[in-house]
Design a protein around this ligand. Structure first.
Ligand SMILES: O=C[C@H](O)[C@H](O)[C@H](O)COP(=O)(O)O
Length: 301
């Protein structure tokens, strides 16, 4: 038995997964971890030296599994963050930090998603990180999405109701809001901060608008994306179209659904290699005493 010492991650429900090889987590957190670990085992290979790390509550499990590959596997790798949170994960995991201006070509980027449709188009940006996330997804030879079962949809907007996250230059937000109201999103709003008066400010110093669109628009996210990108003042849109090679969804029963860009689908009954790759040591032993506690690394609301 191994895992993150002393960390039971709170996931919003209290059902527990009870596998022998892992600490007990809520069903949702267990699903995130299954997706993340399986994707890392299959796509973060020894020949991959430049690795993009996404943002959100699923990504700490990605970093956890990469750390578990061991010091030898990670010693000549560089990790590129998509924002403050993933930078912290990389640093606390004792992994080498780089940036995309040094490494504009990335071997593989692994990231979460707010929702994924039948064609692997994604809504991203629930954590306001989608500009950097899209740059790292586009810079990567392989872009892989990891999520729990709630994100697996046919049409975007089915479960993620907040709308399409749109990063805007602050001085242009009122004009862009007006544009959005006029083109089919009458309830588009500026995202406000929870524990600060005023709007959410992204890692790039910009504002975020959340723009819900009707199902007919969400059925063709690429057309919507091109329309939104034409609005002056829009920096980036949280619709990721035709980018992901595969999406991994952890399920409540401990299985994993993998959907591929070519339409193929796999149902895996469980994690293929439950122990850390090449070593049975607790992965946190590799962090030179800097334990990676995913509770600490969860994005703060
Ligand atoms: O801006 C945030 C990102 O796009 C996240 O990857 C997305 O919100 C999914 O996060 P989570 O894994 O917490 O559902």
């Amino acid at each position: 038995m191994w895992g993150i010492a002393g960390s039971e991650v709170n996931g919003g429900d209290s059902t527990e997964l009870t596998t022998d090889d892992a600490p007990k987590l809520s069903a949702i957190e267990g699903s995130k971890r299954l997706a993340a670990w399986t994707a890392v085992d299959r796509h973060v290979k020894s020949e991959h030296k430049v690795i993009g790390i996404g943002s959100g509550s699923t990504v700490p499990y990605v970093v956890e599994r990469i750390v578990a590959q061991g010091r030898e596997a990670n010693k000549d790798r560089v990790f590129i963050p998509t924002g403050f949170q993933s930078k912290e994960l990389i640093v606390k995991g004792n992994l080498l930090l780089g940036d995309v201006d040094q490494y504009p070509r990335i071997d593989v980027t692994v990231d979460g998603a707010d929702e994924v449709d039948k064609d692997l188009n994604c809504i991203k940006g629930g954590g306001a990180c989608h500009l950097r996330e899209k740059v790292l997804a586009e810079a990567a030879d392989t872009f892989i999405v990891v999520a729990d079962y709630r994100k697996n949809s046919d049409i975007l907007g089915t479960t993620y109701k907040a709308g399409v996250p749109i990063e805007v230059a602050p001085f242009a937000y009122a004009k862009v809001l007006q544009n959005l109201h006029a083109i089919g999103s009458p309830s588009a709003v500026l995202r406000m901060a929870q524990k600060k008066a005023g709007p959410v400010v992204s890692d790039n110093g910009n504002f975020i608008i959340d723009a819900p669109f009707p199902e007919e628009d969400m059925q063709d996210p690429y057309t919507l994306l091109t329309k939104l990108k034409m609005l002056t003042g829009v920096v980036e849109v949280g619709l990721f179209c035709h980018m992901a090679k595969a999406a991994y969804f952890g399920n409540q029963d401990g299985s994993i659904t993998v959907r591929w860009l070519d339409g193929n689908r796999e149902e895996l009954s469980s994690l293929s290699s439950p122990m850390p790759v090449g070593d049975e040591k607790n992965p946190l032993d590799y962090a030179n005493g800097n334990d990676v506690d995913v509770n600490e690394l969860e994005p703060k609301a």
